[in-house]
Design a protein around this ligand. Structure first.
Ligand code: SF4
Length: 329
């Protein structure tokens, strides 16, 4: 365990929350920080629509995840670790986790309602009892996290693989969540460098008429729309594929996203709060047909969201709209 961060570095493990950030860098930053108290948080808040891979991991590999948290406590010198669980997970796994804690300084925290309460800096506010909204970065949680102390935040799947790395069993796989219009939806463990097409074929989810479908990659909320000719690449963010028939009511789908992001943003900054309101307003007005003028206005809103939003929510949640408008309309 002495050189565990070196082991992490050699493994090349990237954060499995969709951030793709090298895990060892966070660990090294928290381990190297000089502070009386340090914290570890296991983010088990999975709230992206139609994504259920962390639910699968908790259901099947809970001891491995908790062991990953224990390794983190020892390695970075944390005084306390929090398992931050969404309401379903809290009800379902609370007692099982308590049984696995032994004498480790691990506490459970039930996530408040809302998608945004799963964002890493909003988690800090939630645990501190503050308003649920993202904090401006920098400073990053590794420098100034819970109660301004260095804090390591990784998600459920990342801790699962940390346990594997510690045991010398890391095989460079990841868990993929497949949902939508297919008969074999579920969670599958496959190599991290598989292309989307390979994943669909290997799991028997590749449509017999692929041109009749489109795919949302990276989450049922903020995931990007891709067509069949774009599937020859690995998934870069959240390992989720949702399959849609081209007969899908596209306006209803866009409205569903607009409702979701309009309701779930925290209202803290104007571009995001007003941006999703305006996107929804435009979609309501066009009644099924989007003209070039509307597309131009929407594109300007997307640009403002990307360039001026305060947190990753606003900077990424426009992507399904933008990619759908470019590829499906
Ligand atoms: S981008 Fe959206 S979610 Fe993020 S701080 Fe601004 S209003 Fe809140």
């Amino acid at each position: 365990m002495e050189n565990f961060i070196e082991q992490l570095k050699q493994s090349g493990l990237l954060g499995r929350s969709g951030s793709n950030f090298p895990v060892w860098k966070k660990w090294e930053a928290v381990k190297g920080a000089v502070s009386v108290k340090k914290f570890v948080i296991c983010n088990a808040s999975e709230g992206e629509p139609d994504v259920f891979k962390d639910a699968f991991i908790l259901e099947n590999y809970l001891p491995e995840v908790i062991n990953g948290v224990k390794i983190a406590i020892g390695e970075v010198g944390a005084s306390t670790a929090y398992i931050y669980l969404n309401k379903n997970f809290y009800q379902k796994f609370k007692q099982k986790i308590i049984n696995l804690i032994d004498n480790s300084p691990i506490e459970l925290f039930e996530k408040p309602n809302g998608y945004l309460a799963g964002e890493e800096t909003a988690i800090l506010n939630a645990i501190e009892g503050k308003r649920i909204e993202p904090r401006i970065k920098p400073p990053f949680p590794t420098e100034k996290g819970l109660w301004s102390q260095p804090t390591l935040i990784n998600n459920v799947e990342t801790f699962y693989w940390i346990n594997k790395i510690a045991k010398g069993e890391y095989n460079h796989n990841r868990f993929y969540c497949i949902s939508g219009e297919t008969t074999n939806k579920g969670v599958f463990e496959l190599p991290e460098n598989y292309t989307i097409e390979q994943i669909l074929k290997e799991t028997k989810n590749y449509p017999t008429k692929p041109l009749d479908y489109f795919y949302q990659i990276g989450g049922g909320g903020a995931g990007e729309i891709m067509l069949d000719n774009e599937l020859n690449q690995p998934i870069k963010g959240l390992a989720s594929i949702a399959i849609f028939s081209k007969k899908t009511d596209l306006m209803a789908l866009l409205m569903k996203w607009a409702d979701f992001f309009g309701n779930e943003n925290c209202d803290q900054c104007v571009p995001c709060r007003e941006g999703f309101y305006r996107i929804k307003e435009i979609l309501q007005q066009v009644q099924g047909k989007i003209c070039e003028n509307d597309k131009q206005t929407l594109q300007e809103i997307f640009d403002v969201l990307e360039k001026t939003s305060l947190c990753p929510f606003g900077r990424t949640a426009y992507k399904p709209f933008k990619s759908a408008l470019e590829k499906l309309f």
